[in-house]
Ligand binder design. Sequence first.
Ligand SMILES: [Zn+2]
Length: 153
Amino acid sequence: MDNPKVIEKKAKVGKGLFAKAPIKKGELIASFDGKILGWNAPWNRYQLSHAIQFEKRKWRLSKGFADKINHSCEPNCGVKNLFDIVAMRNIKRGEELTWNYEMTEDNETGWSMRCHCGAKSCRKVITGYRNMPLAVRKKYKGYISQWLLDEYR
Ligand SMILES: [Zn+2]
């Protein structure tokens, strides 16, 4: 379910999702609720950068706007229940909603993305949880996908 207080509009790079009203910590923003793709599925270009990983070699797409949420190295949202993007803190009207793609991605595929989020803590290249520094993992406690916590316990 897409949160009705969220609107898609022009962001710093391309488009992004923004709060059009205050959003409370823990509130659901959107869910990845679409098709499941495996390692060997016929992936198209869009899907390659818009799926959430939820198991070893398995990803899921979104029917709503979950896949429009941009990455940030200082995000205000995180992951719950494998597929839900939720607010990690209270969010003000007008703020862009972001999460950190390394909260769900393992990077077994070697996938990577250049980051231009502009945060002081920006790591420039986004890869996967396996490369996420310990201090950052601690900061996101409770908002990292359970499948990665199980995989790397
Ligand atoms: Zn960044």
